[in-house]
Design a binder for this molecule. Structure first.
Ligand code: HEM
Length: 434
């Protein structure tokens, strides 16, 4: 990787060893920052060792199913805002064409702002929403921003040298101002909402220390909110966009998803619930898993060797992985490898049916990573992406438009998987529950 060697691991057995069995020798991600950028240094994704362990323990309860269930009414409401927005954009009463990712990013930004920050951002109906503006800036991968992000996540030395930061000055100031304000108001009101803000207040008032045994700075708290914001919206809106794209191409699959959804809704008087989204639409879940196999939002996983004595690869090899050597696990390549998936580029949700799923070799399909450092927001991400897709399919059929790319070409300057051109789709009114 530029100036230093890294190790690329493709063998599922070794992947298991690194991510799970010998996790204690590979605790950290490669990237991270230092004092010049506390938000890039202290967030859950890039924080290291003891600080990471403490933060993970404190933040995990935010994602229990009980918590997610209690968040669902907010998602349902924001889903209705998305439908209102589509209605307003309609070319005529029956049909709307839109750049899907752009709209779903507004949806996921509103969701995160609401359930994590307790803020009604309403970027969907307010084009001047600061949340929407800032989130667009973070993921607007200009060539320079792409390089900055790559350095932050993979080349920490370079990011220090060039003073690269996770967020722009504007983004950092906005985050700091918003979180500090919401935390202060919450503490004054003594109201508990069981959301991320409550958790951050708890961390602030705890005895938690950073890796230098110093009390946590306010930036450490802000950086958790910031990483939820950035990790939480782009990944989920991307997955939902690719789902809509793939089912627009495959009418038969879309029909099956809609029939399943209609049956689940009918059993519940037409009302959407948390259980329908998360438990009672198994075929839709298969569709999501297949989309994340072909388009894993993060195309590779990374770890660095955190064992000061190095790590021996015996009996596989005589090589000893040196302390701090970066390890890359190319999940995009593995998940599209015909060695593990027959006809790998074919979109086929049947791979994940109850009859077939056991045929998938372990450690060859890891869109959320695995082990102690896997994605903390996996279920939350699925909940919000599925809610957006379901809300749309309850009201529209989705079709290819004239502008829709026939095949997806991936953007070259983004660290995450994105289409090179915006995916435009046509939505034709067809309500499932009249
Ligand atoms: C479809 C949606 C998502 C995908 C595909 C995804 C994917 C991933 C992947 C591949 C990792 C790295 C795992 C590893 O290294 O083993 C990760 C980590 C992480 N994700 Fe997600 N993610 C999604 C949604 C979310 C959401 C909604 C949030 C937060 C609200 C989130 C927050 C995080 C955080 C904080 C980490 C770092 C965890 C740690 O280091 O302890 N993700 N995600």
């Amino acid at each position: 990787m530029f100036h230093k060697p890294a190790l690329l691991i493709k063998d599922p057995e070794l992947i298991k060893q690194i991510l799970v069995k010998d996790f204690n020798s590979f605790v950290n991600h490669v990237g991270g920052s230092d004092d010049h950028d506390p938000i890039g240094r202290d967030n859950l994704f890039l924080s290291k060792d003891g600080l990471w362990r403490n933060l993970r323990k404190k933040l995990t309860p935010f994602f229990t199913s009980g918590k997610m269930k209690s968040m669902f009414p907010f998602l349902d409401k924001i889903g209705d805002n998305l439908l209102d927005h589509m209605e307003k954009m309609s070319l005529n009463k029956n049909c709307v064409e839109m750049k899907v990712k752009e709209k779903l990013s507004l949806f996921t930004t509103d969701v995160i702002a609401s359930v994590a920050f307790g803020v009604d951002a309403n970027g969907l109906n307010n084009p001047k929403s600061e949340f929407a503006y800032i989130s667009k800036k973070i993921f607007d991968f200009t060539l320079w921003r792409g390089f900055e992000f790559t350095a932050l996540f993979l080349l920490p030395e370079i990011s220090k040298l060039f003073n690269f930061k996770m967020f722009t000055k504007e983004g950092t100031e906005f985050m700091a101002k918003t979180i500090t304000h919401v935390m202060n108001e919450r503490e004054k009101s003594k109201v508990h909402r069981n959301d991320l803000i409550d958790t951050l207040i708890e961390i602030k008032n705890s005895e938690m220390r950073n890796n230098d045994e110093k009390p946590l700075e306010i930036e450490t708290l802000i950086s958790q909110a910031a990483v939820f914001f950035s990790a939480g919206h782009e990944t989920s809106s991307g997955a939902a966009t690719f789902v809509l794209y793939e089912i627009a191409k495959r009418e038969d699959i879309q029909e099956r998803v809609r029939v399943e959804l209609q049956e689940a809704l009918m059993k519940n008087d037409g009302k959407l619930t948390y259980d329908i989204v998360m438990n009672d639409t198994p075929y839709l879940h298969q569709v999501f898993l297949e989309v994340l196999r072909i388009y894993p939002t993060l195309p590779f996983l990374d770890r660095e060797c955190s064992n000061p004595n190095g790590y021996s690869l015996k009996p596989y090899s005589d090589f000893v992985i040196p302390y701090k050597m970066p390890i890359l696990i190319p999940i995009y390549g593995i998940q599209r490898d015909e060695k593990y998936f027959e006809d790998p580029l074919k979109f086929d949700p049947e791979r994940f049916s109850p009859d077939n799923i056991h045929k998938i070799s372990t450690f060859t399909n890891l869109p959320f990573g695995t082990g102690n450092r896997s994605c903390i927001g996996e279920r939350f991400g699925l909940m919000q992406s599925k809610t957006a897709v379901i809300k749309i399919l309850m009201n529209y059929r989705v079709e290819m438009a004239d502008e829709t790319p026939k095949e997806i070409r991936l953007a070259k300057n983004a660290l995450v998987i994105q289409s090179e051109v915006p995916i435009v789709l046509r939505f034709v009114k067809d309500e499932l529950v009249k």
